[in-house]
Each structure stands twice: as structure tokens, then as C-alpha cells.
Write a protein that binds this ligand. Structure first.
Ligand SMILES: Cc1ncc(COP(=O)(O)O)c(C=O)c1O
Ligand SMILES: [Zn+2]
Length: 410
């Protein structure tokens, strides 16, 4: 029977050896992806009662290209809630608005889906050290899974631009944390150059195995919608790995007959860090990097997205587009999610909702559509931004009188 998976170049299609670390095509330098053999996958699924497994990344083991007989390194990632947002839906006059809250993963972001697969692969390959550049969440997640697997972990982060909670996580999980006097794009450049020389396995989203874990979020959404797909998927875009992974997930699930229909993708970038949105606006064929990306949503403060080709292809195949929101719109959406739905997302994790609100107000999408917004990271990771935009606590003397006075009672 044909192999269940093949690793190949996204541009020239050249097959690459999956038993060695690889991130780019040896012929043309483009990114690699994993292709799923449909018939082999159906055969594997038919031999197990996978639908009885709890909803999680590893429920879909047969569709993930690692861990056949190897030990899995898991913290029970995935299985995150798809929350029906009635209050916001009513306010926006929408029929159905759901949020896939991936901030509920073990380290508080969707990265855990990719890291459980990526670290399992690192062990399969016999690697001793793993590394990444990160705007924060990747380092937090990688550090946790590396600790679990007993691997050394090196993370490079842009100086002064990583949310406090994420930094605390990477440090507590035992990573060697290196601060770079530069931005994320420069840090990634160093990590890629260092990987071969220093023998480190890179677990940024240029690693195709990571995206194989992240695609399970799409499987979960469909399972949580009883085998349907939403009409629209709103998703924040930084490096473009997650959006590409989601599309791969929906497309594979549909090809296997496990979901009906495919969502139109609306990728959302922050206005000051929006090179992919600029491509859609100007119909450009090539990316023009943003030299000095800026946004309050530090997780998506990326000017030269490594996965832009994968994401542009994915979003176009879905019939969608990538557009921008302002930092003000992101913070407003973050507050709305927290106050009206009880969902505390970090700023990047509210960008998708900000994009939806903008589209609804502009009449860009039909209010009767079913919409899922992906909320990618937890608000507890970035207390500074949350506190800076909230009313300060009021201080009173320690008496009931003082409290009554403050609350306006008599
Ligand atoms: C919370 C959060 N949202 C969105 C993204 C963007 O994901 P991607 O870089 O895969 O586009 C990131 C990436 O770091 C993130 O941490
Ligand atoms: Zn190639």
C-alpha cells in the first residue's frame, strides 16, 4: 500500500526524506508540506474506533504523520471549547457566532497542538536540542513540551516585545531564553542559520510537522458542529502557519468525507504588521515585508511572514481574503469578548472578532452566515495590556460604610 504521508515541496513538488530534519526544499528553497494519502488514511481510520476517543489532538492520530509506535509527548492538548456567543451575536444581529477558544490549551495557546506533534517528531529523529524564535507563545509551548520530553530548549525572543506571562512560562519551563536586540523576523533568521550549525531542531511554523498538529483544530470544529463546517472562519494571521494549517485540516476532513462544505477564510492582521493583507489589497504576487512591524497584539507583530505562500494559497483556495484591523479595534474586541462572553483572550486572540465586527458593520458578510472566530491565546498571558485599558481598582477604608458610599447606596 502507498505510504500514508509524504513530505514534499509546496512549489516544485519534490519529495523529501521524512526521517531527517528538513524545513525547505533542497532544490528550490520553498517550504515543505506533508501530503496525506487519502485511501491509506481511510484504511487506517476504518481499523479503529476513533470517534469514541475524547476530542483532542490525538483523537486524530491516524491523520498525523508521527507517533506510529513511538512514545507520544502530550499534555492533553486540543479539545478546546467551541463557544456559542449569544450576546455578541444578538448585538451584531447575527444568527450564529462561535468562538473556538484555543487559549484553553495547556500552555494557553494553539501552539500546543503543534508542539505535541513537533516534539514527538524531534524525539523520533533522535534530536537532543530544540529551538525557536518567538513572539512569546511558541517559546512558552516549546519550553513546556521540551521539558516533558527531556530535551534542551533554546528560545530567541525580541527584546522588550514579549508579553510578561509568556516570558514567565518559557523561563519556568526551563528554556534557555535569549533576548535579541531586534524583531521576531531577525530572531527567526538567526535560528534558521543556527539550526544546521548547532544541531538544533527548529520548531517554528516552518516545520511542517508542527502544522500537522495545528490542523486538528479544524477537525475539532467540524466534529463540534456535528460534521458541518462554518460558512466563514475568521483567524488572526502572523507568520501564516496557523491559517494554512486550518485550511489543510478542513480540506483533508472534507476529502475524507468527514465534514460537509468548506469555510471561506477571512485572515486578519494588525494594521501595523500587515504584509499579507497588503498583498490582497494590491493584488500583488510577491510579499513586500514590513520592515518595522508594530501592534499592541505582540503575538502577530511580524513583518516578514515565513508561511506567506502557504497562507495566500490557502485563503485564495477558500475564496477568502486577508484584511486589517486597527489596534483600537483589537482592544475593543478583546474587551467585548471578556465582558460579554466571559472569554479572556490576549489581543491577538481577539483580532479575528475585531475583523468580523468590521466586516459586519461594512455589510461585507451576510448576518445569517454561520461564523467561527478563532481565539488563539489566553488573556492571562498579557496582563499589562489588559490592566492598561481597564478602570483602576478603587480603594476604600475597611468598612461597610465606605463600600456603601462608593457604590452610591445610603
Ligand atoms: C496568540 C497568537 N495568535 C495568532 C498567532 C499567529 O499565528 P501564525 O503565526 O501561525 O499566523 C500567534 C503566533 O505567534 C499567536 O501567538
Ligand atoms: Zn522545491
Amino acid at each position: 500500500m502507498a505510504a500514508s504521508f509524504e513530505m514534499r515541496c509546496i512549489e516544485c513538488g519534490k519529495a523529501h526524506d521524512m526521517t531527517r530534519p528538513a524545513y525547505a526544499c533542497t532544490d528550490c528553497g520553498n517550504l515543505l508540506e506533508i501530503a496525506l494519502n487519502r485511501n491509506a488514511a481511510l484504511d487506517r481510520l476504518s481499523k479503529v474506533d476513533w470517534k469514541r476517543r475524547p476530542i483532542s489532538v490525538w483523537r486524530y492520530k491516524e491523520l498525523i504523520p508521527v507517533g506510529g509506535k513511538a512514545e507520544l509527548f502530550s499534555l492533553n492538548e486540543g479539545g478546546t471549547p467551541l463557544l456559542e456567543c449569544h450576546n455578541l451575536a444578538d448585538e451584531l444581529g447575527m444568527k450564529s457566532l462561535r468562538v473556538k477558544f484555543d487559549g484553553m490549551n495547556p500552555t494557553g495557546s494553539f501552539k500546543d497542538r503543534g508542539m505535541t506533534v513537533g516534539i514527538t517528531k524531534a524525539k523520533e529523529l533522535g534530536m537532543k536540542t530544540v529551538a525557536c524564535a518567538s513572539t512569546g507563545n511558541t517559546s512558552a509551548s516549546l519550553a513546556a513540551y521540551a521539558g516533558l520530553a527531556g530535551l534542551k530548549c533554546v528560545v530567541l525572543i525580541p527584546e522588550g516585545k514579549v508579553a510578561l506571562g509568556k516570558l514567565a512560562q518559557a523561563m519556568m519551563h526551563g528554556a534557555t531564553v535569549v533576548t535579541v536586540k531586534g524583531n521576531f523576523d531577525q530572531a527567526l533568521d538567526i535560528v534558521m542559520k543556527a539550526s544546521g550549525k548547532l544541531g538544533m531542531y527548529v520548531l517554528n511554523s516552518v516545520n511542517p510537522f508542527r502544522l500537522e498538529g495545528q490542523k486538528t483544530a479544524a477537525f475539532e470544529i467540524s466534529d463540534q458542529m456535528n460534521g458541518a463546517s462554518p460558512d466563514y472562519l475568521y483567524i488572526p494571521v502572523g507568520n501564516g502557519g496557523n491559517s494554512a494549517a486550518y485550511w489543510k485540516g478542513f480540506a483533508e476532513y472534507e476529502s475524507l468525507g468527514l465534514t460537509k462544505g468548506l469555510p471561506i477564510f477571512r485572515g486578519i492582521q494588525a494594521e501595523g504588521s500587515a504584509p499579507i493583507a497588503h498583498m490582497f489589497e494590491s493584488n500583488a504576487r510577491e510579499l513586500s515585508p514590513v520592515q518595522k512591524p508594530e501592534t499592541v497584539a505582540t503575538a502577530i507583530r511580524i513583518g516578514n511572514p515565513a508561511n506567506w505562500k502557504k497562507t495566500v494559497r490557502a485563503v485564495k483556495e477558500s475564496g477568502g481574503s486577508v484584511s486589517t484591523v486597527t489596534d483600537g479595534q483589537i482592544l475593543e474586541a478583546q474587551k467585548n469578548l471578556a465582558k460579554k462572553e466571559g472569554i479572556f483572550a490576549e489581543p491577538a486572540g481577539a483580532a479575528a472578532l475585531a475583523g468580523l465586527i468590521k466586516d459586519i458593520e461594512a455589510g461585507e458578510i451576510d448576518r445569517t452566515s454561520s461564523v467561527v472566530c478563532v481565539s488563539t491565546g489566553h488573556g492571562l498571558k498579557d496582563p499589562d495590556v489588559a490592566i492598561s485599558q481597564s478602570a483602576k481598582p478603587r480603594t476604600i477604608e475597611a468598612s461597610l460604610d465606605a463600600l456603601q458610599k462608593l457604590l452610591g447606596g445610603d
